[in-house]
Design a protein around this ligand. Sequence first.
Ligand code: 5RP
Length: 266
Amino acid sequence: MDWGMKNRMAQLIQADGRCLFLPVDHGYFQGPTRKLEEPRKTIEPLLPYTDALFITRGVLRSSVDPNHSKPIILRVSGGTSMVGKDLANEGITTSMEEAIRLNVAAVGLSIFVGTDYEHESLLNLAKLVDEGERYGIPVMAVTAVGKELEKRDARFLALSSRIAAELGARVVKTYWCEDFEKVVRGCPAPVVMAGGPQVDTELEVFAFVHDGIQKGAIGVNLGRNIWQNDFPVAMIKAIRAIIHENATPKQAQELYESITSETAAG
Ligand code: 5RP
């Protein structure tokens, strides 16, 4: 691995081998989604506790201070919307030249295995990896499921994750699922977990993050379950404790509760 690639990977994956990426890219197909209507207001309080931001160039330029930033994973795929025909029909939206201009640590793109656009999205990944390797920029592949959330099982996610790694992704973002060890075992690239739509309780989030880490994930790329929570800073601190301090779900819950009660009292 050349110096630039190594340096960028080290910006993303911390010295303990773990990472907490904060995705705020949802607007690229969801529009002003709940609690991300004004991205700067959502991002700023959470920035000190993230290891990297997953974001589009538009929100990066408009809503993140270049003087006080964190490593950037630039979302470079898109071209679809929640109200359009097919979420899977993504193309590459942002050039490698632009990624370099923005001094990013990585670029990220979705693949849509098992859809009508599987072929295009996988070739997009391969092309992006070719370009990224040329300039020392790692590619994070996102194993997307579009609106079909029920696809999030070990068989499908292991298949998608393995394909992403085979095509050269340096990091694979997938969902936590039952038997998550099967996904990690079959994927020869570091795996990070997304959260999906907000779940009912904080403890459920802490439990799946902890389980995924025990089963080999290096961290998370977790958005809505952090910033749609009523106490996003408490949530990110608790998740950070699981990832970087080996906290149990119970300890994370206690931390969350102690911060929320301080916030309510203060
Ligand atoms: C959106 C994404 C998100 O980055 C990813 O889904 C993680 O966010 P969340 O935890 O909210 O699911 O790729 O397309």
